[in-house]
Ligand binder design. Structure first.
Ligand code: MLT
Length: 274
């Protein structure tokens, strides 16, 4: 019997991890991995849309939301170890992964290293490319700016980049929810995750090894992981499907949840239960 509900706590790698678990334990499992610096609540609309047909799990990556931060330095490899140990702790042998941005970095690294654990991938507004020297410089500047000006200013600056320009006027509630997630993330987590991104290895050279169904989605106005980046992954993952989502920037699942969920619900029946 599984424990369905919200904000469930489980110990993974000596760390308390918080997750939401909805649906039925008889169904295919989909694990949602949020972006940075957000938390599991960003998947609310997807969980609602899928829970009648799937077991839908959204968890907080260490340091984010209600999961503990731990003592170790962060890395994408550590996040993957947490994910696989989380699946083990829940007795989940195989799952479908859906990751947005940082969640996609984790999903791409996870399938490269543990291909036997995943039935399909949904890669949203993410990239297989490591940080360029300019991107690394921006990570350092972000850390300095947070130290100097605080998290509220970091949140306000981030929002301008995260959303499509039209969303800044039409999606005030979503902007408020995202701002809330950012300002409630500890400085320690912000610094540790920015350093992990800086050191992140590319996964583009591993894309041709992916043998499971892959759906790639990207907001038309995503400035952080743009459509060209999504196209690069599509060209290198055999039989992958790509969709560009209108009226959305980097947070396509929140900005246009209707289109995002339609694409998800069309894609998921293509996956075979193994
Ligand atoms: C995210 O949404 O996870 C971040 O934009 C990722 C990044 O900054 O590389």
């Amino acid at each position: 019997m599984i424990d369905l509900g919200n904000n469930i706590k489980i110990t993974v790698n000596n760390l308390t991890v918080s997750y939401n678990d909805a649906g039925s334990d008889e169904s295919l499992v989909i694990i949602f991995i949020h972006g940075f610096p957000f938390n599991k609540s960003m998947w609310k609309k997807q969980v609602e849309a899928l829970k009648n047909n799937y077991r839908v799990i959204a968890y907080d990556v260490r340091g984010h939301g209600s999961s503990e931060v731990g003592d170790e330095d962060f890395s994408i490899e550590l996040f993957v170890k947490d994910l696989v140990n989380f699946m083990d702790a829940l007795n989940i042998d195989r799952a479908i992964l859906c990751g947005l941005s940082m969640g996609g970095y984790i999903a791409l690294n996870a399938i490269a290293n543990f291909p036997e654990r995943f039935d399909a991938l949904i890669l949203s507004d993410t990239s297989c490319i490591a940080d360029t020297p300019e991107a690394k410089e921006k990570r350092f500047m972000a850390i300095e700016n947070i130290q100097k000006d605080g998290v509220e200013k970091f949140a306000d600056e981030s929002i301008k980049n995260l959303f499509a320009p039209e969303s800044l006027f039409t999606k005030k509630n979503k902007i408020a929810a995202v701002r809330d997630m950012i300002v409630n993330t500890s400085k320690q987590t912000l610094y540790k995750t920015l350093r992990a991104f800086y050191e992140r290895k590319e996964t583009c050279s591993r894309l041709s090894e992916i043998k499971v169904p892959v759906l790639i989605m990207v907001g038309k106005e995503d400035n952080i992981t743009p459509t060209a980046t999504a196209m690069l992954m599509h060209e290198n993952i055999k039989d992958s499907i790509i969709h560009i989502i209108d009226h959305a920037g980097h947070l396509s699942n929140m900005e246009n949840s209707v289109e995002f969920n339609n694409l998800l619900t069309k894609f998921l029946p293509l996956i075979k239960d193994t």
